[in-house]
Design a protein around this ligand. Structure first.
Ligand SMILES: [Zn+2]
Length: 307
């Protein structure tokens, strides 16, 4: 019964979201963003997690059909560091975590359209076949040992969260969710793809002590560089969470750029902090028209719809 109720709730929520999205398009919100992009006032910055090929391709095609061109994280670093003119109608695409399905759903589209893209890899799930920690929590939701939600686990000290998830792990069996090391090496050879770091264990960095936060940032860069034989210059904060401390550690350890999940445009008029690049998120299982409003930022203009 509860499952049916939840399904109805999601269905109704999506209907309202679709109507609201068409309303935003009809009143010209997306056209306005296209104009700002075309005049070089803003660069769009978009991130994905584990989209279907259909959704990912639809998003990329929308950008292509609307005269956007894709820039890499390296190009963005050059633009910001040299205070260059913003390119017209530019968008940067990034993908977080390193999900196994990315290999087909994302890479095939990258190859088809020859667009640059950065994948932020999480070391443990990829190198050691460990599950993403929130998946373990999700899968053990119904067992009595699991009394905490994913959101509440994000607010407790890192060590406590890790111990808690470690205990839950014993309750279930799980299969690989992330790319394999071999797949990551193969993807790294693709000239359109850059690999960035998304830490080792995907912790909430502000919930870590100094040593752990530094370890997650520095060691993940080193491990990736050893494995891929390439400089790792870009970083994405797990869950988008960071403090000044993380920005300083990233600079100290030689990263060139870091991405947040703050939903905003990269604006020419602002003093841009290269370790706090904003991004609009496309949500895997939402209708395309809503994701169109999300990736162009118009969704976030009304706070009550903010996610
Ligand atoms: Zn992530």
């Amino acid at each position: 019964m509860q499952i049916i109720k939840n399904k109805i709730k999601i269905y109704l929520r999506n209907i309202v979201a679709i109507i609201y999205s068409y309303y935003l398009i009809l009143i010209g919100k997306i056209n306005k963003v296209k104009k700002s992009s075309a005049s070089g006032e803003i660069i769009l910055s978009v991130y994905f997690h584990n989209p279907s090929k259909k959704l990912f391709e639809k998003c990329i095609k929308w950008f292509l059909n609307n005269n956007y061109h894709f820039i890499s994280d390296k190009e963005l670093v050059d633009i910001i560091k040299n205070n260059n003119q913003f390119p017209r109608s530019a968008v940067i695409i990034t993908v977080d975590d390193g999900w196994r399905e990315n290999k087909y759903n994302i890479i095939s589209v990258v190859d088809k359209f020859k667009i640059p893209l950065t994948i932020f890899a999480t070391i443990e799930p990829i190198f050691e076949n460990k599950s993403f920690w929130w998946s373990i929590v999700n899968k053990t939701k119904k067992i009595k040992e699991n009394k905490m939600s994913i959101n509440s686990l994000k607010t407790i000290p890192n060590e406590l969260r890790m111990n808690y998830v470690e205990k839950l792990k014993k309750e279930i069996s799980y299969s690989r969710e992330a790319l394999t090391s071999e797949e990551l090496i193969e993807i790294n050879e693709n000239e359109n793809i850059h690999i960035g770091s998304h830490t080792i264990t995907h912790p909430i960095l502000p919930m870590c002590d100094n040593l752990t936060s530094m370890y997650e940032i520095k060691e993940s860069k080193m491990l990736l560089e050893n494995k891929l034989k390439k400089e790792i210059a870009a970083f994405a904060y797990p869950n988008g969470d960071f403090t000044e401390r993380e920005c300083n550690y990233l600079e100290e350890t030689g990263y060139h750029i870091a991405f947040t999940t703050q939903p905003n445009y990269i604006k020419k008029s602002n003093k841009i902090n290269i370790f706090q690049i904003p991004r609009f998120g496309v949500v895997d299982n939402l209708p395309f028209v809503e994701n169109l409003c999300r990736m162009t930022g118009v969704w976030y203009e009304r706070k009550k719809y903010k996610k």
